[in-house]
Design a protein around this ligand. Structure first.
Ligand code: FAD
Length: 286
């Protein structure tokens, strides 16, 4: 099923994200976690993409298996900046063969040593190849606080408009911890005449070290209340997990109360986190 058809309904949607393993021996663990999350019957699930080595085929394998066995629509990510056009086209062919209908078109991070393959510069360049490869529903990434490499938020928005005009059906945001950033971004999107559905990306904090690393990489602003929670509960993992799930739940409730319809949770291969969030919203998202 195409994700855009799910997003077009009046329902509030909840989706979860998983990531593939780095090595084959961890595949079973990831499949098991993905299936457990799928049992919660989210509106759809996404599987991220690791550009390096053999891992690029794991995304397709996980998405295919869960989609077939659990009947949950899957969104398979695809990055381009570290790959040749030949490799990307091969991956699009694999997605098509496996019956994957939804692709998240991404540039990917520039490797720290600066080496890229140079066939693609931006996610926008990937969209034409996906369209050539089949009848896919295409998602794109967006950054309420601006992409860290962008000259300015205004420049980032112009680039986003180009990406949407190239054929993106919906957008998913980078994680954010201050809903005001998201609301402000939504106004700016409308002003820029970007009309596609936007999924609010919510990351529940369950591990202080991991969070500090992802905040550093993404440049996401950390409200004082949020930082206080991480610092205060850092050495009490169970308390931090509980506080993180409550913080994320409150963010989601506030978004929904402001009319936001589509919530994407970065559930990071953690079925217990996905389940707790869903339970907290049981009367809110039915
Ligand atoms: P782009 O849309 O290409 O933008 C990258 C930068 O280039 C921005 O600063 C933009 O303003 C600028 N730009 C774009 N077009 C132009 C232009 N024409 N001229 C000048 N500048 C331009 N990474 C992974 O490796 N695997 C994943 O599965 C993955 N999933 C993600 C999912 C989401 C929802 C998000 C938000 C990010 C994800 N990422 C993933 C990380 C992502 O790859 C990085 O954030 C990357 O740095 C940017 O990717 P992009 O697709 O947003 O790039």
């Amino acid at each position: 099923m195409k994700i855009i058809d799910i997003l077009k309904t009046d329902r509030i949607t909840l989706s979860f994200e998983v990531f593939p393993p780095k090595t084959e021996d961890k595949m079973d663990v990831v499949i098991k976690a993905t299936e457990e999350i799928a049992r919660l019957s989210p509106d759809f699930m996404s599987v991220t993409y690791g550009a390096g080595g053999g891992t690029s085929e794991y995304t397709a394998e996980i998405a295919d298996r869960v989609q077939r066995e659990m009947e949950v629509p899957m969104l398979a990510h695809l990055t381009c900046v570290s790959s040749s056009r030949e490799h990307v086209k091969k991956m699009i062919g694999i997605y098509k063969e496996r019956g994957i209908e939804n692709i998240m078109a991404l540039r990917g991070d520039i490797p720290k040593d600066g080496t890229t393959v140079h066939d693609y510069k931006y996610a926008t360049d990937l969209i034409a190849d996906i369209k050539d490869g089949g009848d896919f529903c295409i998602g794109g990434a967006c950054y309420p606080e601006g992409h860290p490499e962008a000259e300015s938020r205004a420049a980032d928005l112009k680039n986003l408009k180009r990406k949407v005009d190239a054929g993106v059906d919906f957008l998913t945001t980078q994680m954010f911890f201050d809903n005001e950033e998201f609301f402000d971004f939504m106004y700016r999107l409308r002003e820029a005449d970007i009309q596609v559905p936007v999924l609010a990306g919510i990351m529940p904090i369950t591990n202080a070290k991991m969070m500090k690393r992802s905040i550093e990489m993404s440049g996401t602003k950390t409200p004082r209340r949020f930082l206080q929670i991480i610092d205060f509960f850092e050495d009490r993992p169970d308390a931090l997990r509980q506080a993180g799930i409550i913080y994320a739940t409150e963010q989601i409730i506030d978004l929904i109360a402001h009319g936001v319809k589509n919530i994407h949770v970065y559930s990071m291969n953690k079925p217990d986190v996905a389940r707790d969030i869903q339970n907290n919203l049981s009367e809110i998202i039915k």
